[in-house]
Design a binder for this molecule. Structure first.
Ligand code: ACO
Length: 331
Protein backbone atom coordinates (compact mmCIF):
# COMPACT_ATOMS: atom_id res chain seq x y z
CA UNK A 1 0.00 0.00 0.00
CA UNK A 2 1.34 3.44 -0.88
CA UNK A 3 1.80 5.78 2.05
CA UNK A 4 -0.28 8.94 2.23
CA UNK A 5 1.03 12.03 0.49
CA UNK A 6 1.25 15.09 2.67
CA UNK A 7 2.42 18.65 2.07
CA UNK A 8 5.92 19.19 3.43
CA UNK A 9 8.10 22.25 3.78
CA UNK A 10 11.07 21.60 1.47
CA UNK A 11 12.70 25.06 1.43
CA UNK A 12 12.70 28.25 3.50
CA UNK A 13 13.84 31.83 2.87
CA UNK A 14 13.62 35.39 4.17
CA UNK A 15 13.59 38.97 2.93
CA UNK A 16 14.63 41.24 5.77
CA UNK A 17 15.30 44.95 5.28
CA UNK A 18 18.68 46.10 6.60
CA UNK A 19 17.88 49.35 8.48
CA UNK A 20 17.62 48.69 12.22
CA UNK A 21 15.54 50.90 14.53
CA UNK A 22 16.48 50.33 18.17
CA UNK A 23 14.53 51.20 21.30
CA UNK A 24 17.20 53.85 21.96
CA UNK A 25 16.44 55.40 18.55
CA UNK A 26 12.75 55.51 19.55
CA UNK A 27 13.64 57.21 22.85
CA UNK A 28 14.86 60.16 20.73
CA UNK A 29 11.51 60.42 18.88
CA UNK A 30 8.78 59.71 21.43
CA UNK A 31 8.21 59.61 25.18
CA UNK A 32 9.30 56.02 25.82
CA UNK A 33 12.23 54.07 27.23
CA UNK A 34 14.19 50.98 26.32
CA UNK A 35 13.38 49.66 29.79
CA UNK A 36 9.58 50.04 29.28
CA UNK A 37 9.62 48.39 25.87
CA UNK A 38 11.85 45.48 26.92
CA UNK A 39 9.92 44.71 30.11
CA UNK A 40 6.47 44.94 28.52
CA UNK A 41 7.25 43.28 25.17
CA UNK A 42 10.76 41.78 25.00
CA UNK A 43 11.48 43.88 21.88
CA UNK A 44 14.92 45.53 21.60
CA UNK A 45 15.01 46.49 17.92
CA UNK A 46 13.08 46.08 14.67
CA UNK A 47 13.77 46.48 10.95
CA UNK A 48 12.21 49.27 8.92
CA UNK A 49 12.06 49.01 5.13
CA UNK A 50 13.59 51.96 3.21
CA UNK A 51 11.05 54.14 1.32
CA UNK A 52 11.80 52.57 -2.08
CA UNK A 53 11.13 49.01 -0.82
CA UNK A 54 7.59 47.59 -1.04
CA UNK A 55 6.08 44.37 0.32
CA UNK A 56 6.52 42.48 -2.97
CA UNK A 57 10.27 43.28 -2.94
CA UNK A 58 10.76 41.59 0.45
CA UNK A 59 8.39 38.76 -0.52
CA UNK A 60 10.24 38.10 -3.79
CA UNK A 61 13.58 38.03 -1.95
CA UNK A 62 12.20 35.46 0.51
CA UNK A 63 10.64 33.41 -2.31
CA UNK A 64 13.87 33.38 -4.28
CA UNK A 65 15.87 32.11 -1.30
CA UNK A 66 13.24 29.50 -0.39
CA UNK A 67 13.29 28.12 -3.95
CA UNK A 68 17.08 28.03 -3.93
CA UNK A 69 17.09 26.13 -0.62
CA UNK A 70 14.51 23.73 -2.03
CA UNK A 71 16.57 23.18 -5.18
CA UNK A 72 13.58 24.20 -7.32
CA UNK A 73 13.29 26.60 -10.23
CA UNK A 74 10.70 29.40 -10.36
CA UNK A 75 9.13 27.73 -13.42
CA UNK A 76 8.22 24.71 -11.24
CA UNK A 77 5.99 26.80 -8.94
CA UNK A 78 2.29 26.25 -9.65
CA UNK A 79 0.76 28.42 -6.91
CA UNK A 80 1.87 31.51 -4.95
CA UNK A 81 -0.02 32.59 -1.84
CA UNK A 82 1.09 35.82 -0.19
CA UNK A 83 -0.27 36.41 3.31
CA UNK A 84 -0.19 40.17 3.82
CA UNK A 85 -2.16 43.02 5.34
CA UNK A 86 0.11 45.61 3.73
CA UNK A 87 0.00 44.95 -0.02
CA UNK A 88 2.01 47.11 -2.45
CA UNK A 89 -1.31 48.63 -3.62
CA UNK A 90 -5.05 47.84 -3.22
CA UNK A 91 -4.87 45.71 -6.35
CA UNK A 92 -3.57 43.73 -8.17
CA UNK A 93 -2.44 41.27 -5.54
CA UNK A 94 1.09 41.34 -4.16
CA UNK A 95 1.29 37.65 -5.15
CA UNK A 96 0.97 38.64 -8.84
CA UNK A 97 3.77 41.18 -8.43
CA UNK A 98 5.94 38.49 -6.82
CA UNK A 99 5.08 36.05 -9.62
CA UNK A 100 6.39 38.54 -12.19
CA UNK A 101 9.48 39.43 -10.12
CA UNK A 102 10.65 35.84 -9.70
CA UNK A 103 9.50 34.64 -13.15
CA UNK A 104 7.13 31.95 -11.87
CA UNK A 105 5.37 31.90 -15.25
CA UNK A 106 3.25 28.79 -14.56
CA UNK A 107 1.97 29.87 -11.16
CA UNK A 108 -1.50 31.04 -10.16
CA UNK A 109 -1.21 33.79 -7.57
CA UNK A 110 -3.37 35.39 -4.90
CA UNK A 111 -3.17 37.23 -1.58
CA UNK A 112 -4.71 36.16 1.70
CA UNK A 113 -5.38 38.57 4.54
CA UNK A 114 -5.65 37.23 8.08
CA UNK A 115 -3.21 39.89 9.37
CA UNK A 116 -0.77 38.35 11.88
CA UNK A 117 -2.36 34.88 11.50
CA UNK A 118 -1.96 35.11 7.73
CA UNK A 119 0.98 32.77 7.36
CA UNK A 120 -0.67 29.97 9.36
CA UNK A 121 -3.91 30.45 7.38
CA UNK A 122 -2.00 30.32 4.08
CA UNK A 123 0.09 27.33 5.13
CA UNK A 124 -2.92 25.24 6.14
CA UNK A 125 -4.91 26.16 2.99
CA UNK A 126 -1.93 25.47 0.72
CA UNK A 127 -1.28 22.17 2.49
CA UNK A 128 -4.80 21.02 1.50
CA UNK A 129 -4.10 22.03 -2.10
CA UNK A 130 -0.93 19.91 -2.16
CA UNK A 131 -2.49 16.92 -0.37
CA UNK A 132 -5.31 16.67 -2.90
CA UNK A 133 -2.72 16.53 -5.70
CA UNK A 134 -4.06 19.75 -7.25
CA UNK A 135 -0.74 21.60 -6.76
CA UNK A 136 2.81 20.24 -6.51
CA UNK A 137 5.02 23.23 -5.78
CA UNK A 138 3.51 26.05 -3.76
CA UNK A 139 5.18 29.18 -2.44
CA UNK A 140 3.62 30.29 0.84
CA UNK A 141 4.87 33.74 1.76
CA UNK A 142 4.19 35.96 4.77
CA UNK A 143 5.20 39.57 4.09
CA UNK A 144 4.34 42.85 5.78
CA UNK A 145 5.61 46.41 6.00
CA UNK A 146 3.67 47.59 9.03
CA UNK A 147 6.01 50.57 9.48
CA UNK A 148 3.91 52.23 6.72
CA UNK A 149 0.68 51.79 8.74
CA UNK A 150 2.06 52.78 12.11
CA UNK A 151 1.28 56.14 13.68
CA UNK A 152 4.81 57.12 14.68
CA UNK A 153 3.41 59.56 17.26
CA UNK A 154 1.45 56.82 19.10
CA UNK A 155 3.89 55.29 21.58
CA UNK A 156 1.46 52.54 22.55
CA UNK A 157 1.66 50.95 19.07
CA UNK A 158 4.71 52.27 17.18
CA UNK A 159 7.20 50.48 19.42
CA UNK A 160 5.67 47.07 18.65
CA UNK A 161 5.98 46.54 14.90
CA UNK A 162 8.65 45.85 12.29
CA UNK A 163 9.00 44.86 8.62
CA UNK A 164 10.00 41.64 6.87
CA UNK A 165 9.08 38.62 4.79
CA UNK A 166 9.50 34.87 5.05
CA UNK A 167 8.67 32.12 2.57
CA UNK A 168 8.38 28.34 2.44
CA UNK A 169 8.13 25.96 -0.50
CA UNK A 170 5.45 23.30 0.00
CA UNK A 171 5.62 20.09 -2.03
CA UNK A 172 4.34 16.51 -1.70
CA UNK A 173 6.27 14.41 0.84
CA UNK A 174 5.50 10.92 2.11
CA UNK A 175 4.31 10.06 5.59
CA UNK A 176 5.31 10.48 8.35
CA UNK A 177 6.58 13.91 7.22
CA UNK A 178 4.70 17.08 6.38
CA UNK A 179 1.91 19.25 7.75
CA UNK A 180 -0.01 16.85 10.03
CA UNK A 181 -2.86 19.07 11.18
CA UNK A 182 -4.19 22.58 11.24
CA UNK A 183 -6.83 24.52 13.15
CA UNK A 184 -7.97 28.01 12.11
CA UNK A 185 -10.46 30.32 13.77
CA UNK A 186 -11.93 33.81 13.68
CA UNK A 187 -14.14 36.09 15.76
CA UNK A 188 -15.19 39.10 13.73
CA UNK A 189 -16.91 40.69 16.72
CA UNK A 190 -13.36 41.48 17.88
CA UNK A 191 -12.58 43.54 14.77
CA UNK A 192 -12.71 46.88 16.67
CA UNK A 193 -9.93 45.77 19.04
CA UNK A 194 -7.24 46.04 16.40
CA UNK A 195 -7.66 47.66 13.02
CA UNK A 196 -6.70 50.26 10.44
CA UNK A 197 -10.08 52.04 10.27
CA UNK A 198 -9.64 54.08 7.09
CA UNK A 199 -8.27 53.62 3.61
CA UNK A 200 -10.86 51.07 2.49
CA UNK A 201 -14.45 51.46 1.26
CA UNK A 202 -15.87 52.31 4.73
CA UNK A 203 -13.72 55.41 5.11
CA UNK A 204 -11.88 56.17 1.89
CA UNK A 205 -8.72 58.24 2.18
CA UNK A 206 -9.36 61.98 2.44
CA UNK A 207 -7.40 64.89 3.90
CA UNK A 208 -9.61 64.71 7.04
CA UNK A 209 -9.03 60.98 7.51
CA UNK A 210 -5.29 61.48 7.15
CA UNK A 211 -5.27 64.45 9.54
CA UNK A 212 -6.97 62.26 12.21
CA UNK A 213 -4.52 59.41 11.45
CA UNK A 214 -7.40 57.01 10.87
CA UNK A 215 -5.34 55.32 8.13
CA UNK A 216 -2.95 54.03 10.84
CA UNK A 217 -3.03 51.13 13.32
CA UNK A 218 -5.54 51.47 16.18
CA UNK A 219 -5.30 48.95 19.00
CA UNK A 220 -6.84 48.24 22.39
CA UNK A 221 -3.61 46.66 23.66
CA UNK A 222 -4.75 45.17 26.96
CA UNK A 223 -7.76 43.45 25.40
CA UNK A 224 -5.68 42.06 22.54
CA UNK A 225 -3.15 40.84 25.10
CA UNK A 226 -5.82 38.95 27.08
CA UNK A 227 -7.21 37.35 23.93
CA UNK A 228 -3.71 36.37 22.75
CA UNK A 229 -2.51 34.66 25.93
CA UNK A 230 -5.58 32.43 25.98
CA UNK A 231 -5.92 31.61 22.30
CA UNK A 232 -2.26 30.79 21.57
CA UNK A 233 -2.24 27.91 24.05
CA UNK A 234 -5.77 26.75 23.24
CA UNK A 235 -5.39 26.52 19.46
CA UNK A 236 -2.02 24.78 19.84
CA UNK A 237 -3.62 22.13 22.05
CA UNK A 238 -6.45 21.68 19.51
CA UNK A 239 -4.00 21.23 16.60
CA UNK A 240 -1.91 18.76 18.63
CA UNK A 241 -5.01 16.75 19.56
CA UNK A 242 -6.06 16.66 15.91
CA UNK A 243 -2.62 15.30 14.96
CA UNK A 244 -2.64 12.81 17.86
CA UNK A 245 0.55 14.29 19.31
CA UNK A 246 1.17 15.02 23.00
CA UNK A 247 2.59 18.47 23.88
CA UNK A 248 5.69 16.88 25.43
CA UNK A 249 6.60 15.33 22.06
CA UNK A 250 6.98 18.78 20.47
CA UNK A 251 10.62 19.52 19.59
CA UNK A 252 10.14 23.16 18.70
CA UNK A 253 7.28 25.58 19.30
CA UNK A 254 7.34 28.52 16.87
CA UNK A 255 4.79 31.15 17.95
CA UNK A 256 3.90 34.46 16.33
CA UNK A 257 6.44 36.94 17.66
CA UNK A 258 4.32 39.76 19.10
CA UNK A 259 5.31 39.94 22.74
CA UNK A 260 7.58 37.73 24.89
CA UNK A 261 4.98 37.66 27.69
CA UNK A 262 2.34 36.25 25.31
CA UNK A 263 4.86 33.64 24.10
CA UNK A 264 5.75 32.63 27.67
CA UNK A 265 2.08 32.27 28.62
CA UNK A 266 1.44 29.99 25.63
CA UNK A 267 4.51 27.87 26.46
CA UNK A 268 3.28 27.54 30.06
CA UNK A 269 -0.14 26.36 28.87
CA UNK A 270 1.62 23.57 26.91
CA UNK A 271 4.02 22.93 29.77
CA UNK A 272 6.94 23.43 27.38
CA UNK A 273 10.29 24.70 28.69
CA UNK A 274 11.50 27.90 26.96
CA UNK A 275 14.45 25.94 25.44
CA UNK A 276 11.88 24.37 23.13
CA UNK A 277 10.34 27.70 22.16
CA UNK A 278 11.77 29.81 19.35
CA UNK A 279 12.08 33.52 20.15
CA UNK A 280 13.39 36.34 17.97
CA UNK A 281 10.90 39.08 18.92
CA UNK A 282 13.82 40.91 20.55
CA UNK A 283 15.42 41.54 17.12
CA UNK A 284 12.42 42.05 14.82
CA UNK A 285 9.39 43.09 16.89
CA UNK A 286 6.02 42.05 15.47
CA UNK A 287 6.42 41.59 11.70
CA UNK A 288 2.78 40.40 11.33
CA UNK A 289 2.39 37.65 8.70
CA UNK A 290 6.18 37.47 8.28
CA UNK A 291 6.97 36.67 11.90
CA UNK A 292 6.41 32.90 11.83
CA UNK A 293 8.19 32.15 8.51
CA UNK A 294 11.16 34.34 9.56
CA UNK A 295 11.32 32.37 12.82
CA UNK A 296 11.04 29.06 10.93
CA UNK A 297 13.90 30.12 8.65
CA UNK A 298 16.13 31.17 11.56
CA UNK A 299 15.38 27.97 13.49
CA UNK A 300 16.31 25.92 10.42
CA UNK A 301 19.45 27.98 9.77
CA UNK A 302 20.56 27.58 13.40
CA UNK A 303 20.19 23.79 13.14
CA UNK A 304 17.24 23.74 15.55
CA UNK A 305 15.03 21.93 13.01
CA UNK A 306 16.04 18.44 11.93
CA UNK A 307 14.30 15.92 9.73
CA UNK A 308 11.60 14.18 11.76
CA UNK A 309 11.25 16.95 14.38
CA UNK A 310 7.74 17.85 15.51
CA UNK A 311 7.04 21.55 15.20
CA UNK A 312 4.02 23.66 16.17
CA UNK A 313 3.49 27.02 14.46
CA UNK A 314 0.82 29.20 16.04
CA UNK A 315 -0.42 32.72 15.44
CA UNK A 316 -3.09 35.25 16.39
CA UNK A 317 -3.99 38.57 14.91
CA UNK A 318 -6.47 41.21 13.95
CA UNK A 319 -9.86 39.99 12.82
CA UNK A 320 -9.71 38.55 15.37
CA UNK A 321 -8.03 35.51 13.84
CA UNK A 322 -5.94 32.61 15.09
CA UNK A 323 -4.45 29.37 13.83
CA UNK A 324 -1.97 26.57 14.50
CA UNK A 325 -0.37 23.80 12.44
CA UNK A 326 1.56 20.73 13.56
CA UNK A 327 4.39 19.78 11.22
CA UNK A 328 6.83 16.88 11.07
CA UNK A 329 9.89 18.54 9.56
CA UNK A 330 10.67 16.97 6.19
CA UNK A 331 14.26 17.99 5.36
N1 ACO B 1 6.55 53.75 26.46
C1 ACO B 1 6.25 54.14 27.72
N2 ACO B 1 5.02 54.05 28.24
C2 ACO B 1 4.05 53.55 27.47
C3 ACO B 1 4.29 53.13 26.14
C4 ACO B 1 5.60 53.24 25.64
N3 ACO B 1 5.94 52.87 24.40
N4 ACO B 1 3.14 52.68 25.63
C5 ACO B 1 2.19 52.80 26.58
N5 ACO B 1 2.74 53.33 27.69
C6 ACO B 1 2.09 53.62 28.95
C7 ACO B 1 0.60 53.78 28.81
O1 ACO B 1 0.30 55.11 28.45
C8 ACO B 1 0.11 53.44 30.21
O2 ACO B 1 0.27 54.56 31.01
P1 ACO B 1 -0.88 54.95 32.08
O3 ACO B 1 -0.97 53.77 33.01
O4 ACO B 1 -0.35 56.19 32.70
O5 ACO B 1 -2.12 55.15 31.26
C9 ACO B 1 1.13 52.42 30.71
O6 ACO B 1 2.26 52.52 29.83
C10 ACO B 1 0.64 51.00 30.74
O7 ACO B 1 -0.03 50.68 29.53
P2 ACO B 1 -0.74 49.29 29.35
O8 ACO B 1 -1.54 49.35 28.10
O9 ACO B 1 -1.41 48.86 30.60
O10 ACO B 1 0.54 48.32 29.18
P3 ACO B 1 0.51 46.77 29.00
O11 ACO B 1 1.27 46.13 30.10
O12 ACO B 1 -0.84 46.24 28.66
O13 ACO B 1 1.42 46.61 27.69
C11 ACO B 1 1.22 46.23 25.34
C12 ACO B 1 1.03 47.23 26.50
C13 ACO B 1 2.69 45.91 25.24
C14 ACO B 1 0.74 46.92 24.06
C15 ACO B 1 0.40 44.94 25.61
O14 ACO B 1 -0.91 45.27 25.98
C16 ACO B 1 0.39 44.02 24.42
O15 ACO B 1 1.39 43.44 24.04
N6 ACO B 1 -0.81 43.80 23.82
C17 ACO B 1 -0.92 42.92 22.67
C18 ACO B 1 -0.55 43.69 21.45
C19 ACO B 1 -0.33 42.80 20.25
O16 ACO B 1 0.24 41.74 20.33
N7 ACO B 1 -0.75 43.31 19.11
C20 ACO B 1 -0.46 42.70 17.86
C21 ACO B 1 -1.54 41.77 17.42
S1 ACO B 1 -1.09 40.98 15.96
C22 ACO B 1 -1.79 41.79 14.61
O17 ACO B 1 -2.70 41.25 14.00
C23 ACO B 1 -1.22 43.07 14.13
Amino acid sequence: MRSKVRAGIVGVGVGIPEPVLTNHDLEQRIDTSDEWIVTRTGIRERRVAPPDVATSDLAAQAAHQALQNAGRGAEEVDLIVVATATPDMPWPSTACLVQAKIGAVRAAAFDLNAVCSGFVYALWMAAQAVETGAYRCVLVIGADILSRQVNWEDRSTCVLFGDGAGAVVLAPVEEPYGVLSGVLGADGTGAPLLNVPAGGTREPLSPEVIACKRHTIHMRGREVFKFAVTIMGEVSVQALEKAGIAPEEVNLFIPHQANIRIIQAAAERLNLPMERVFVNVDRYGNTSAASIPIAVYEAWEQGRLKKGDLVVVVGFGAGLTWGACVIRWAY
